[in-house]
Ligand binder design. Structure first.
Ligand SMILES: [Ca+2]
Ligand SMILES: [Ca+2]
Length: 341
């Protein structure tokens, strides 16, 4: 009896040591990814190695060939009550810039929405070869069905990008009329990047960025910057997804687990990461933008849009998720019924 208790205690100790070792390994991996800096940590690439051991990532990169993305497959859109928001607005004519790996032209619905594009990478094409930007664009369009898109290719066909290129992409998007700027990538701090984010804010655009997928509280950029909305990822229980970064610098959270959306060549795929979470919020921003009024009188709408999104979040359990889970219906309702404090 006594021996059995000793044995149980010993086994528990071993389990704790193994768990600690695996967690340590995970955070080491994250540090390595961050240390690369200018290689952005990406919803679709670097961090997946670290995430692959987690249950939540089991469905990563499951590709489906189907002609139709059923809304019911897009649990995130339902969870943030996008269909309820459509009774008020569908984000008509709001331009959302997707700073990413490009947007695939084979998908007619997405291609028809692209009002402008630029390729700032070494790639010979503005199309999405890597398979990330298309997924983000699909989610944005699923949340804001009447929005327009701007294809700003800042990440190459291996999914890599540099802060200086992302900064140029932000300025290009703003100068060409983007109102919402989605940045589903993260990297090290860069004065140039911060200046571009500030420029966007000053010109009336809202910048939304992923909080990163290392599962740590260290800030990533541009999400961390004051004029950029940092988005953490939630799972189907509305709690912080295991992979998601978190912390005082996170502004809001949105669905980031098993998100179904368009891929190149007419395919669909489930992706997991804060990239997808940011795309949900950019969709909500387009909805709010289309009905916002300049109640602050500063000649721009981005301050009202940000306020509506942040002030209408649903509070959820867990630390480091900012104001909580974004809600499209509450955000548009806040826009129609309130003014800035
Ligand atoms: Ca921020
Ligand atoms: Ca304003």
């Amino acid at each position: 009896m006594k021996n059995a208790r000793y044995l149980a205690a010993a086994l528990t100790l071993i389990a704790v040591i193994l768990l600690a070792a695996s967690l340590h390994g995970l955070s080491l991996g994250a540090d390595t990814a961050l240390a690369h800096s200018d290689l952005p940590v990406y919803g679709g690439s670097a961090v997946h190695d670290a995430d692959a051991s987690l249950d939540e990532a089991a469905a990563l990169r499951t590709t489906y060939s189907t002609d139709d993305g059923y809304l019911s497959e897009r649990w995130g859109a339902d969870r943030i009550e996008a269909p309820q928001a459509w009774r008020i607005t569908k984000g008509e004519s709001i331009i959302v810039a997707v700073l990413d790996t490009g947007i695939n032209k084979d998908d007619q619905d997405l291609a028809d929405r692209v009002v402008a594009e630029v390729n700032l990478t070494d790639s010979p094409t503005s199309d999405d070869v890597y398979g990330h930007g298309t997924h983000m664009a699909g989610t944005i369009a699923a949340i804001a069905p009447e929005c327009l898109l701007m294809n700003v290719k800042v990440a190459d066909d291996t999914g890599r990008s540099e802060a200086s290129v992302v900064a140029r992409g932000i300025v290009w998007a703003v100068d060409n009329g983007a109102q919402v700027i989605n940045i589903s990538l993260s990297m090290r701090a860069s004065p140039e990047l911060e200046q571009a984010v500030d420029y966007a804010r000053d010109r009336g655009a809202i910048v939304i960025a992923a909080a990163g997928n290392q599962g740590v509280s260290e800030p990533v950029f541009p999400a961390y910057y004051a004029n950029c909305l940092a988005v953490a990822g939630t799972n189907k229980n509305d709690s912080l997804a295991l992979f998601s970064n978190y912390g005082y610098w996170v502004d809001v959270a949105a669905p980031g687990f098993n998100i179904y959306s368009e891929m190149p060549r007419g395919e669909y795929e489930y992706k997991t990461g804060t990239s997808a979470a940011a795309a949900h919020v950019s969709g909500v921003a387009a909805l709010v933008f289309s009905i916002a009024e300049d109640s602050s009188g500063d000649g721009a709408l981005n301050d009202e849009v940000r306020w509506a999104i942040e002030s209408s979040c649903i509070s959820v359990d867990g630390e480091g998720m900012g104001r909580g889970l974004v809600n499209a219906f509450q955000a548009v309702t806040a826009t129609t019924s309130s003014t800035l404090p």
